[in-house]
Design a protein around this ligand. Sequence first.
Ligand SMILES: [Zn+2]
Length: 368
Amino acid sequence: MRSFSPDVDRRTFAALLVSGAVTLSAARAQAANPLSLRMDYAAAEALLTAVKCRAITDAEIDALLSLRGTRAMVANTTKYIPEDTSEVFRTALKEFVATRKVTHGHFGISGIAEHEADARAAIAALQADVALTAEITAPIKPYQPATGPLVATIYCVAGGVSDGFVLDGDPEPAFFMAIERSQGDVDGVKLNMTHELYHVAQRAARARAATPAMRGFNQSSGTLPVRLLTTVLEEGTAVYVSEPMLAHGSGPYISEWRSASARNRPAPVIVANFALFDQLFANLVTGSMKWEAAYEKGFSNKAPPLYFVGYEMAKAIDRAYGHARIGAYFQEHPATFFKDYVALSREKPGAVLAKFSAETERRISFFG
Ligand SMILES: [Zn+2]
C-alpha cells in the first residue's frame, strides 16, 4: 500500500503544474457536464429482509422482482450463467427460506444471509455520509467525458455474481453494487462506485458523440480486436481515475485493489503485461483466439494485467497531455488512445515505462 502514495503525490504535483488556461478549460468542462448521484437501496433492503423470513409467497417474490435492482442482479447472473433465470431465483429463494440451504442457481442467497449485519451496517454508513456524492464524484471530475448533465443512479443490491456491474444496453445511466459482498468495507465500496460511475460517464459521453460511428463502442461489441482496445481503454482509465481513493481505508476491497496495483507496478511486470497485450491483440486480429480466452487471460483474475496496461497508458498520457485528454477518448475511436501512446513513446521514450511491439504498433495504425 505504501507503493501507492508516491504516485498519488506525483499526480497532485502534476495538477499544480497545469497551466492556468488548461485549468480554466477543465473548469468550463466540469460546468458543462454536471454530475450528480441518486442512491437506491430498495433491492438490497428487500432481499436482506427476505432471507430472514421463514416463509415467502410468490407474490412477495414478485414484489422483489419488481424492483429494478433485483431484476438487474438476476439479469446479470443470467448473463454469466444462462440457466440461472428469474424462475431459478424464485426456486432458490423459496428453498433457502424453507431449508436455510440452496441447491439451485448461483444468486449468492446464503451469502446474503451470512453477511446481513455487515451489509446493513454498510448501507447505514452510506446513508449517513453527507459527503457521499462529493467523495465519489471528485476523482472523476478532472477526467470527466463530455456527458452533458448526468444524473446517475446507484442501485445497492444483494446477491448475484458481481460486486459491481453496469447492464449492457441500459438506457438509464445507472450501475449496481452488491452490498453484502463488501464485508463492511465502506471505503472500498466508494472506490468501486467511482470505478463504475466512470464507466457510466464513458457510456453517456459515447452516446453523445458527434459522429454516429463513434457511438457504438463498448466492451460487448465491435470486432474482437476493437473490443480488446475498448476494454483496455475503459478499464484502464477507470482504474487510473479511482486510484487516489486507495489512499484511505483498510478493508478487503481496498486491500485487494492495493495489492493488484502493487503486483502490477514493478517494471518487469509492466513489460510482461504489454507483451501479453501484444500476444492477445495479434491472436484476435488473426482470428486464432476466441474472445472468452482473451478475456480470461487479460481481464479476469484479481490483478487483471490488461487493466494495468490501460492504467499505465492513461498515466503517461495524463502527464504528457493533461486530464482533459483522458475524458475526450470516449467520443473517439478506441484506437486513438493507443495511437497517442505510441506517438508519445516515440517522441518521449522516457515518458513511458513500456512500449508495444513493432507489430502491434503497425496493426494499431490501421484502426480508427
Ligand atoms: Zn470496470
